[in-house]
Ligand binder design. Structure first.
Ligand code: FRU
Length: 524
């Protein structure tokens, strides 16, 4: 109210609201409404692709200092030390440990020159960063080490990835290339292109996933045909040699052919059933309803025919996650047979409030995939319960550390509503479980700083109107909601204001536990 009058007065003084708006946006809101500050940066192409060695120590220190001011850093989720994190890459088991890499632009929250940063874990919950492993430092990956996968061969981890190269005319050449990581963390890049861009494909051809199917190594690569249709190509390693790939064919998964590009395809097997996870860009919303800029989807097949490159009997396409953020999920079959997955809780072409603090993007928790009654389930690995510290019954709280898990039971026949990241007016992330109609709604329009609002501020999906269980994980600026042990999942970010850390039950009768989660206390 007061602000309105001040604005009016200032308008008269300056004869234009231009200066006022400029002041409000750049100074006032940043300091008051966005009570956490931070800085705004514009990213030119030149800056995004500046060589790593040209960033000065002073600039890097500035970035680190800015990140330290951020109120939104996670405690038990993987996030980048500095800059932008996007796809999970090279998720594998190697040298007695779980390994995963995050793709990173280290110099700010922008999609610039990408590298891979290695993480190791003993329990799939605690991850330790062990170093930058794929720098964009050769001709073949000069404009970024893009997404890919990993597999152990003879005591070395083979990294299969896309080298993004641009020539002097800025024309892109996507090379599917490889590197070997030894047990001491040394990288040896293989100095040859392992898979060339096919003649029928545009420069959008990337993200090789290597997998072992019945003792034979295969790879799938996402791409775009010359007629601008997204597709997936299947290759086979001749004599099981990861340097020698032969085309099998275009994967037939009964695609509706409406997407213009398929990113990050992954094929995993759950009790012999193939599950194809992929990110179709431009998918027709009549084929699948989704609100995010691009969805992360899947199909379950009945069998996999390697001769004809066919996913036999594929299910209809489904959303992997119904929330606001989930993309580039990487899944693989672990040596023990489990299908494990981890997602990027972020999206391409979206700006985030944390950008002001030079960081963007986090990983989801590691999820184990299973199939029950023909449906895909995703649930955090069991070791996540090791983070549980103090335990209480669910009750309203006007303040938490925003680092907790709720494990709740919701009786059928009524509606239940929870507000998380809530302020004293009970405004925050509103989650409604309507167990009369059988619907879940997640509304973040009152939760923290608003962003990406053109894609809508709420998400919903149908569930069966029966007694329902839910596990909700909250970590500073992240939420992951697993309904009925992972039958439906909503993941997303919320960038709460300073006073938004409460929990309120505003309707119905959910009951269950509140666990404070503490990272790094127990490791097994
Ligand atoms: C998906 C993606 C991949 C690509 C990488 C580049 O988010 O666009 O297709 O390899 O990111 O950073």
């Amino acid at each position: 109210m007061i602000l309105k009058y001040v604005k009016r007065f200032a308008e008269i003084l300056f004869f234009s609201s231009f200066f006022v708006d400029f002041y409000l946006e750049n100074v006032y809101y940043r300091r008051k409404k966005f009570n956490f500050g931070g800085k705004k940066l514009t990213w030119t192409t030149e800056k995004r692709y500046r060589r790593y060695e040209d960033w000065t120590q002073e600039e890097i220190e500035q970035i680190k200092k800015n990140i330290e001011q951020s109120p939104w850093r996670a405690t038990y989720h993987v996030e980048p030390k500095t800059g932008l994190l996007n796809d999970p890459n090279g998720f594998s088991y190697f040298n007695g440990k779980w390994v995963v890499f995050y793709q990173n632009f280290p110099f700010g929250a922008a999609h610039g020159l990408k590298c891979w940063v290695q993480l190791e874990s003993e329990d799939l919950v605690h991850f330790k960063e062990t170093g930058v492993r794929l720098l964009p430092d050769t001709e073949l990956d000069s404009h970024g080490a893009y997404s890919g996968s990993a597999m152990e061969f003879n005591d070395q981890l083979f990294l299969f990835y896309t080298g993004n190269h641009r020539d002097e005319n800025w024309v892109r050449h996507p090379y599917q290339i490889g590197a070997l990581l030894d047990k001491n963390g040394q990288i040896n890049k293989i100095d040859q292109v392992l898979i060339e861009q096919p003649a029928d494909t545009t420069d959008h051809f990337r993200d090789p996933q290597i997998f072992n199917y019945r003792g034979q190594f295969y790879a799938i690569v996402g791409g775009q045909k010359l007629d601008k249709k997204g597709y997936i190509k299947l290759y086979k390693a001749l004599d099981n040699d990861y340097r020698n790939w032969q085309v099998v064919g275009d994967l037939d998964y009964a695609s509706d052919n409406t997407a213009y590009m398929i990113e990050c395809p992954n094929l995993v097997f759950i009790d012999e059933q193939p599950v194809l996870l992929y990110c179709p860009q431009g998918l027709d919303k009549k084929v699948l309803s989704y609100d995010n800029i691009y969805p992360n989807t899947y199909k379950i097949g009945q069998a996999f025919d390697t001769k004809t490159a066919t996913l036999i009997g594929p299910s209809p396409i489904k959303n992997l996650d119904y929330g606001f953020e989930c993309y580039a999920t990487q899944a693989f079959n672990a040596p023990d047979g489990r299908a494990l997955a981890v997602s990027w809780l972020g999206l391409p072409d979206v700006d985030y409030p944390s950008d002001r603090f030079d960081h963007q993007g986090v990983f989801s928790l590691v999820k184990e995939l299973s199939i029950k009654n023909g449906k895909l389930y995703q649930h955090p690995v069991n070791a996540i319960t090791n983070l549980r510290d103090s335990e209480e019954s669910l009750s309203n709280k006007n303040h938490t550390h925003n680092t907790y898990e709720l494990e709740l039971t919701l009786p059928a026949g009524q509606s239940h509503e929870l507000v998380l990241f809530a302020d004293e007016n009970k405004e925050g992330l509103r989650i409604v479980f309507d167990l009369e109609k059988g619907q879940v709604l997640v509304d973040r329009s009152q939760a923290g700083e608003q962003y990406a609002t053109k894609f809508g501020t709420s998400r919903s999906c149908d569930i069966s109107p029966t007694d329902t269980t839910v596990n909700i994980f909250v970590d500073k600026s992240i939420f992951e909601i697993f309904i009925n042990k992972g039958e439906k999942v909503f993941s997303g970010r919320v960038f709460p204001h300073e006073n938004q850390s409460g929990i309120y039950v505003t309707k119905g009768a959910p009951s269950g536990k509140y666990y404070e989660l503490v990272y790094g206390r127990k490791t097994n």
